[in-house]
Design a protein around this ligand. Structure first.
Ligand code: FES
Ligand SMILES: [Fe+2]
Length: 337
């Protein structure tokens, strides 16, 4: 049966989305220079207080009565709670607990979250439903990710007045490229576009037109001999990793409301001389074109007459794959949050 465009998970906002989907998927951490950095995981939706640094992610909530522990970035040191003076090591171990001198020992260390590093990127999850996808490492091991450097001047936010899943659905298909992105379409050999699905996300592969920049792929690479202009990875449901011959453009989807999403951009540059060229060139323009069409869809979906359309088997497999994974998470009986 052809998949349908409007799954049960749509328009989801609140606890089922936060606990069953967002808390169970891998999230990219904000880059930081600080040794210990307080942060919120998915500000605007999950709002989970965390401390990152020193190769760890810890809960930033005191295990006594729940006060926030670390308020400012700082060098590595023991942490003292401002409420009743409990102290913890930078690894989260409970060191002191005033008022409990006569009480029996208790297991009240700070909870620790899993951490997965991929090049300069660090991911965590509150309770991951799946291991971090191995597909990225397998496909991209030819890239010297240690030479990719964050360009802070290129960090920016966009606000889109649409549900974040509509934004993600748009990202997951190349069918709209010739219609919405005429300039990007010029840089691509659109008919050769293809995609691969894997647990937790998908990969879209854009081939360069005749003279655009392409990756130099070593012999033995699955795409060796092809002129690849872009590897577009979606890690469901909040992380987009766009690899171009110049480097990596990272987009984090930060859901802020049922019809509002912030898109945070970071650029990691490898070959400065290729920036601004080819499929990874005019990223701001492509973003504004996508934002405008996604907001159109948000308005269209308020219709009482729209019933949801069929998805193209050639072009919209990624959208159908997302729907299946979201529905499986919503129905997962092992959910313990
Ligand atoms: S809440 Fe932290 S010591 Fe009481
Ligand atoms: Fe697009």
């Amino acid at each position: 049966m052809m998949p349908h465009a409007r799954p049960a998970s749509f328009y989801l906002w609140g606890q089922p989305l936060f606990d069953r989907i967002l808390a169970r998927s891998w999230q990219l951490l904000e880059p930081t220079e600080a040794e210990l950095q307080p942060d919120l995981l998915l500000p605007g939706s999950l709002n989970e207080p965390i401390i990152q640094g020193g190769g760890r992610v810890l809960s930033n909530v005191c295990t006594h009565r729940g006060a926030r522990l670390l308020r400012e970035p700082c060098a590595r040191k023991n942490l003292r709670c401002a409420y009743h003076g409990r102290s913890f090591s930078p690894e989260g171990k409970l060191l002191g607990r005033p008022g409990f001198e006569d009480a029996p020992p208790s297991a009240e260390d700070l909870p620790s979250l899993p951490l997965h590093s991929f090049g300069p990127l660090q991911f965590t999850a509150i309770q991951p439903a799946l291991p971090f996808p191995s597909q990225l490492q397998e496909r991209l091991s030819f890239l010297p990710l240690e030479n990719f450097h964050l360009d802070p001047a290129a960090t920016r936010d966009y606000t889109v007045n649409a549900h974040f899943l509509l934004y993600l659905e748009n990202y997951l298909e190349g069918l709209h490229i010739p219609f919405v992105h005429p300039a990007l379409n010029q840089a691509l050999d659109w008919k050769s576009y293809r995609m691969e699905l894997f647990p937790g996300g998908s990969l879209q592969i854009g081939l360069a037109n005749a003279d655009g920049p392409a990756f130099e792929l070593p012999p033995g690479h699955p795409d060796h001999g092809q002129r690849i202009a872009a590897y577009w990875y979606a890690l469901h449901p909040c992380t987009l990793l766009n690899f171009y011959p110049w480097g990596l453009s990272v987009n984090r989807l930060l859901p802020e409301g049922p019809e509002r999403t912030r898109i945070r951009y970071h650029s990691y540059v490898w070959k400065e001389e290729l920036r601004g060229k080819g499929a990874g060139g005019a990223l701001d323009q492509v973003e504004l074109e996508d934002d405008a069409i996604v907001e159109e869809v948000q308005r269209g979906l308020r219709s009482r007459l729209y019933r949801g359309g069929l998805l193209s088997p050639r072009w919209e497999q990624g959208v159908a794959h997302l729907h299946r994974e979201l529905d499986a998470l919503l129905a997962d009986p092992t959910d313990t949050l």
